[in-house]
Write a protein that binds this ligand. Sequence first.
Ligand code: GLU
Length: 311
Amino acid sequence: MTDGPSHDDLQDFLTDLDAELRAEADWGTPAGYIPELADVAPDQFAISVALAGGRVISAGAHDTRFSIQSVSKVFTLACVLGRIGDQLWRRVGREPSGTSFDSIVLLEREQGRPRNPFINAGAIVTTDALLDGRMPNLALSEIIGFLRAASEDADIHIYAAVAASEERTGYRNVALANYLASHKNLFNPPELTLGTYYHQCAIAMTTDQLARAGRVFAGLPDAPRMISTERARRINALMMTCGHYDGSGEFAFGVGLPGKSGVGGGILMVAPGRASIAVWSPGLNRYGNSQVGTRAAERLARFTGWSVFGG
Ligand code: GLU
């Protein structure tokens, strides 16, 4: 494996990549089931790479805020593991699901214990564990506080309109939460856990902010020390195996980096010891992952030689 390109070469590469992708004819389709996201123009792209030494190298619309959606699940997981540690695994598994993000199929077969913390059912249980009988504001400020401290940037907020939009139309998540409750794997009232979950998904960030926040998983020497090396390694393993739903195998094959996608079109990726990377493009592929973002990630991994499977 190489240590990667110089800062100048990386900047040139990202600038060229942005220009090339802008000529892209097929941007994919923004998430249609959340009205507020369905209206976002698909032909947008941003990429940021946070490196050791505090430098962030970016291209495209890296100052534009987008809804991080399921990328938030990684940070909620870090908060919950910090609070209750391995107890969480009694309620959620650590296996890839091979099913779509909002599938209920396995939940019935496996008695209400979701396969992993990144599919919606598992993330709803994880948020429920963070809530732990408290007011939703306390759980949400813990997640936002984590993101602000990790990115060393206080200007991170929730888009209430996106949360409200999902609250109106989140029929599948309501089904999942009720199903979990019927198996006694939801300890708070379903509407309270779901409200918290929708608000965590509605956090808005730029790719610069997200790349900086992800440094805590990349183990960069000058990143804020918020989680242990062992915990970061385990969260990275989950991102690699489960971070892209039923597209996780394809992402590992094409990119080879632990990553977590969201239906807002963002992807956070970790190159352990080297960089934390965020890409955003709101049009999605058939797995519900950013279409152009995935393509950019493949190109970046090839250029840098940062795949964890070899350069
Ligand atoms: N808020 C979204 C949902 O629950 C998150 C899904 C995603 O980003 O993959 O449907």
